[in-house]
Design a protein around this ligand. Sequence first.
Ligand code: NOJ
Length: 552
Amino acid sequence: MKKTNWYKDAVIYQIYPRSFCDGNGDGLGDIPGIISKLDYLKELGVNCVWLSPVYDSPQEDNGYDISNYRDIYKPFGTLENFKVMLDEMHKRGIRLIMDLVVNHTSSEHPWFKSAISDKNSPYRDYYIIKKGRKNGTKAPNNWSGFFGEGAWERIGDSEDYYLRLFAKGQPDLNWENPKVREEVKDILRYWLDMGVDGFRCDVITLISKDQRFKSVFPSLALRGRKYFVNGPRLHEYLHELYKDVYVNYDCMTVGETVLSTLDQARDLVIPEREELTMVFNFDHTDTDNHFGIKWFYKKFKLKNLKKVVNKWQHGLHGQGWNSLFIENHDQRRCVGRFNTDDKEYREASSKMLGTTYFFLQGTPFIYEGQELGMTNGDFEKLEDFVDVETYNIHALGERIKILKPFLKKTLFKCSRDNARTPMQWDDSEYAGFSNVKPWIKVNKNKSFINAKKEIEDQDSVFHYYQKLISYRKGNEVIKEGNYIDLLPHSSKIYAYKRELNGQEIIVVSNFTNKTVKNPLFNKLNGYKLVLSNYNNTNGTLEPFETRVYQNY
Ligand code: NOJ
């Protein structure tokens, strides 16, 4: 199968199905709801969708806990609905990548149920089951997982434990077992044969674990990570999937590579190695936290963002492909983040952030609602949250006696639910998302931030994103050009140049809420302004102003 590298020309829109559109009036988003909004996506101009999990699932982690990889969660619709959606997307020139969650299954998956109910089950070795220490009274080692809990769960009152790096209901699969790998390949073929165009591979760097299962020196978070992140057989497993499956389809993969360094990521995406097409790195979303842990947030500094973007733009140029994103379902909204928490400038700063990442090299991803400048949720109390991680972190905070006001502030600011509030389609009671009370609170600002209003207003964030998308289309400078940071020492302005065979594009963005002098202004003779959020041409930049120039 000839690979066309279509992903290099893609702009990918992420749909979080629970929150996108409710087609059947039960307060939960679903596939019919998505189908009803495909014309909206077409109008926006995106040509690929990443769909967060729609598989059958008990929804402990909103679908990232799968109990049947070949069927759809009923409240989201049927397999028939799915096929119609896929077909309708393809008719509109929109491809579809699915979420592939194969580091773990749900504890409701028949494999797991069999594995824990019968020691001789052929599925026992599909999971990582180990004898506990001290006659089973202590977990096999002291590893801890991603949701603020220990990484092992005792099986009934037996001496055995299963590994789960996320919630209790998300047991890790044992990739050492070749049968597990064959199962995964079959799942991939099932969806690819149906016509899907690729996969976003959930926490893919966790699939290989160091088989010594050693305890580590105690630390507060993610104890044992050196033994379960980027494990010894990761590359081998990914290459195996590539040569046995991906090679036969014109598909792409994007790996979620938590805690990977540039060198590790490069090895995953160098095309000759045949592993992944691209990865999501999180260095830029970690510029406002300590140790890569979002709950330990700190003040954002533009210079740190530039440092990591420079590193990744140079580090992969000509070698592997980058992904570009500033939001997803695990991150809080970008408005109010990255120095832009001045409400007065919500629209300007949404456009500025969009511009700043859109002209970099790589495939841009837009998270639902980002194109409207949607903001964090307006949660008032703990009960307003739904997310399992948020509750686990709350429990952890109480256990280790974090001061209540501080704990509350941290959760409200950093909870993943901030990005999961219903998509704001109009200003009606439930924001046009549903006609009944949705599963999670609608943001009050739907009265003035909503798709209907933004489509009517030619100057809106929506129309600005349309321009960003159409400007990228077919633009070789953005696709292949090199990247130069023009003001590496400025703590206020992010300015960079993309260049290919003498053709140049320059992006200048003011990351402050003050008017600042544009130090590049006198050097821009011979360039024309092709896009901006203010339409100024003078030598100063207004708060959060962004300008894109091109040479003649
Ligand atoms: C990463 C996903 O993006 C997140 O939502 C999920 O909770 C974990 N992986 C576990 O699957």
